[in-house]
Design a protein around this ligand. Structure first.
Ligand code: 11C
Length: 346
């Protein structure tokens, strides 16, 4: 009775939250397999009322595992996720390694839970900035159709890992002390140049692609079409890193298929949308903000209004915790869906 669950990358910003989300989930975890790199092997984590020893993630680690949650980077997933799937585990992968593969469902349960029926051992968790956007837009798409999405993001540094939060804090302190801040990670650790993140905004998340969009922007474009199963929607994105620790903000412009819809119609849909909380009361200065969304599982939407000149155009402001709904919670939610749909048995 119960499920054997492995968490790969258990010490990271997402991995630690995967454990928290699992603890709060009705999923019956029998044995936890906390896995990480050799560096963390031997350390322990608390889960339930027990202390569990972290082991190094290797192909053999996945014998007798029902569900394996991966969040240790794309290169680890590329090697170990197929090994886990080969041994019978269902992999829920939080990296971009397999997201666009034809045989891999890319799932946000509120949007396309049924895609899970087509899995072949690996299921992909979308990019954080994509997840919160499609969760908010799907009820609108279903009711009124979506022609186009133009999104500008205000993304938290935790998307680049726990070390990026530390860098932002250190830089902020340095600037306030009148010192020159050290720049090591942002905007992208592996790229050539590094810029100050404190008191700044950087229009680069991940590496530039040949079309002058960044990889983060292309993820938002491609993943949105795949999750909504709507390749015809026009999507464009500009992704910007801001000095916020946790929770991404997104200014989203949409054009729907109808001309006779008003902002109140959209708000009514959002009030009733699963996993979405409408926070929209301009008269009382109520709107979503990262400091309020952090630590919560929901996607918060506000500032819903019609474009002044375009009858079928609307603007929205969407905020969610990038480490929870954007990563750990969406992954655990997928595991809950697998159990609910009878795709895994406890
Ligand atoms: C960021 N969205 O904010 C990225 C992090 O594809 O899962 C997530 C990367 C991914 O930097």
């Amino acid at each position: 009775e119960g499920l054997n669950v492995a968490v790969v990358g258990v010490t990271g910003a997402v991995g630690t939250r995967m454990l928290k989300m699992l603890e709060g989930s009705p999923l019956p975890v029998k044995i936890l397999f906390p896995l990480a790199s050799a560096r963390s092997a031997g350390k322990t984590v608390f889960f339930g009322d027990k202390e569990w020893t972290i082991k190094e993630a290797k192909p053999e680690s996945f014998e007798n595992i029902d569900i394996a949650l991966f969040s240790a980077g794309g290169s680890v997933s590329k090697v170990l996720a197929p090994e886990a799937a080969k041994r019978g585990a269902i992999v829920i992968d939080n990296t971009s390694a397999f997201r666009m593969d034809k045989d891999v469902p890319l799932v946000v349960p509120e949007v396309n839970e049924k895609a899970l029926f087509d899995h072949h051992g690996i299921i992909a968790n979308p990019n954080c900035s994509t997840i919160q956007m499609v969760a908010a837009l799907e009820p609108i798409r279903k009711a009124y159709g979506l022609k186009r999405i133009i999104v500008s993001t205000y993304q938290a540094v935790s998307g680049a890992g726990a070390k990026a939060i530390a860098e932002l804090e250190k830089q902020s302190e340095a600037v306030l002390n009148g010192e020159k801040p050290e720049t090591v990670i942002m905007p992208v650790k592996s790229d050539e140049k590094h810029y100050q993140m404190a008191f700044n905004a950087i229009p680069q998340i991940d590496l530039f692609q040949p079309n002058d969009y960044t990889f983060e922007e292309m993820k938002m474009i491609n993943e949105t079409k795949k999750i909504m199963e709507a390749p015809e929607i026009k999507v464009s994105a500009t992704c910007v890193r801001v000095p916020v620790s946790i929770s991404h903000g997104e200014s989203v412009y949409i054009e729907i298929d109808r001309n006779n819809v008003n902002a109140e119609n959209l708000k009514e849909l959002l009030r009733n949308a699963p996993g979405v909380v409408l926070e929209d009361d301009p008269a009382h200065q109520i709107y979503p903000m990262p400091v309020n969304a952090s630590g919560k599982k929901e996607v918060f939407v506000g500032r819903v209004r019609r474009d002044p000149d375009v009858a079928n155009g609307f603007h929205l402001w969407i905020v969610s915790d990038n480490l929870l709904k954007g990563a750990a919670w969406n992954s655990v939610q997928i595991a809950e869906s697998l159990l609910k749909l009878g795709l895994v048995s406890a």
